[in-house]
Design a protein around this ligand. Structure first.
Ligand SMILES: [Zn+2]
Length: 99
């Protein structure tokens, strides 16, 4: 049961994680070729789900792009604030995809 593990870097917060290739490809497929860490991808999915209500797959995809852009801007701001260190520590605790 040897999975191929690769290093992936979050395009939002810059977090680097070791993940299986299947996981990395799955995330990239969901976010238009970008790889996001677990917390960022959850945040973007939540945001997209809130923004698009049953307007079809095309609207959902556009909503995801918008949510992704918003979240990347948000992460950029967070990285410059002291609170980001706390959030980063939580991310390290929550990382779970290298199993
Ligand atoms: Zn991230």
């Amino acid at each position: 049961m040897e999975a191929v593990v690769e290093c992936a870097k979050c395009e939002c917060c810059g977090l680097v994680e070791d993940c299986t290739r299947d996981y990395i490809l799955g995330v990239r497929a969901a976010f238009g070729g970008r790889w996001l860490c677990g917390l960022c991808s959850e945040a973007v999915r939540d945001e997209a789900a809130r923004g698009t209500t049953a307007r079809g797959p095309a609207a959902a995809a556009a909503g995801l792009e918008d949510a992704l852009r918003d979240h990347m801007a948000f992460c950029g701001k967070c990285r410059r604030s002291p609170a980001f260190r706390v959030a980063d520590g939580m991310r390290q605790m929550l990382r779970r995809c290298s199993k």
